[in-house]
Design a binder for this molecule. Sequence first.
Ligand SMILES: Nc1ncnc2c1ncn2[C@@H]1O[C@H](COP(=O)(O)OP(=O)(O)OP(=O)(O)O)[C@@H](O)[C@H]1O
Ligand SMILES: [Mg+2]
Length: 449
Amino acid sequence: MAKNRIKYICSNCGHEELRWMGKCPSCESWNTFSEELIEEKKSSKKKNIGEGSISKLDFESQQIERRIKTNIEEFDRVLGGGLMPGSVVLIGGDPGIGKSTLVMQAASRIESPVLYVTGEESANQINLRAKRLKVQSQQISVMTETDLDLIINAIENHSPEVVIVDSIQTTYRPDLDNAAGTITQIRECTAELMQRAKKKHCAIIIIGHVTKDGAIAGPKVLEHIVDTVLQFEGERSHSYRILRAQKNRFGSTNEIGIFEMHEDGLREVKNASEIFLSEREKEITGSVVTSSMEGSRPILLEVQALVTPSSYGNPQRVATGFDYRRLSILLAVLEKRANLRLSAQNVFLNIAGGIRIDEPAVDLAVCCAIASNYSDKYADNNTVVIGEVGLGGEVRSVGNIEKRIQEASKLGFKKIIIPNNNIKSVNGKYQIEIVPVENILSALNRVLN
Ligand SMILES: Nc1ncnc2c1ncn2[C@@H]1O[C@H](COP(=O)(O)OP(=O)(O)OP(=O)(O)O)[C@@H](O)[C@H]1O
Ligand SMILES: [Mg+2]
């Protein structure tokens, strides 16, 4: 019998080496190699090769796209309208963030048979959770199993429409000698589940652990194999959780789902703007409200800035929830076009509520917040500020202007500053005063008092 040999695989990119290395020569990440057994190749007798199936693209097909709804609106939106039969969805997230809770709640609302396979918890623990979450569905079958062959058998015999595998790290293929949770096992199990999903036309949700850097454990290949990769994130100290699509073959990756964790499970957050603005201190300088599009939804957010004189040579610039390079550009624009002497000042910028924005439409609000704190002038707290700032100090137009105005008006704001070029696309009648501005100086004059 041939002896098993050992190889090393990079957990980041899947690169293989015969000796351990500190740095991966392929993706240049450090300390990512882990030990795996080399599988013996099965004898490769030539078999009779048939013809693969080829067909023309069918433009006439009347097939309707059918989705399996989880009936949790925030979840369905991130999925692109529900689960696609035959697809595999990977959900990653920090330990204890609420992955099992989310899938259990989704299972309870899905109107077709669901098979919930868990290798992490006992049937008793699952029942206790289901009781706490007030699950009443008769459609859920629970299986406590880690052996992939038995899981596949169960899928074959029971033909569920949705299968949940919690988690891929505990699932193993018995014909491989590697331990469960190793890269080979994770990759092979996922590939096998993917094939099964396509064959049985069922949707499979896989839960994956994340490494300490936040990437889904297992090589990047895993993310390539599956159809959709969702990340469930949030601060442990806050009760808000955000579901974000990193990859979606059947929908946009711009949508996010917002939830709040309670004792009886996750509740959907539909009034996100109210929540992100709820802790706003109105009587401070350096705070400006802006509107950011998260997928198809406008969300009002507070931009906070703190500007302090720097006693040392190099002033500090720190941005939380906002791109650092973009901040440097905006500081240069403020210095040159609005005559603010910021080069000797420390600038700290924060998007309140732990949310991350990478939309240029918030530029003008960032500039106003910095100018407000620097010059110790209050920004009008009933005003929302929107606009992209160009290098010449001009305020450029942004998309979805009407949706943003509607949201600001709905939340009772009195005034909204928008780019001058957007005014022609505003057709509706709103309660809110709309103030178009052409450049950063006129915006600062309107906002600061
Ligand atoms: N009795 C309870 N009351 C309130 N919240 C609870 C209760 N039990 C659990 N939770 C919440 O649920 C979270 C754990 O949820 P869940 O088990 O779904 O997480 P997970 O992401 O699946 O964790 P793991 O990575 O360990 O599988 C806890 O962090 C806590 O916020
Ligand atoms: Mg869990």
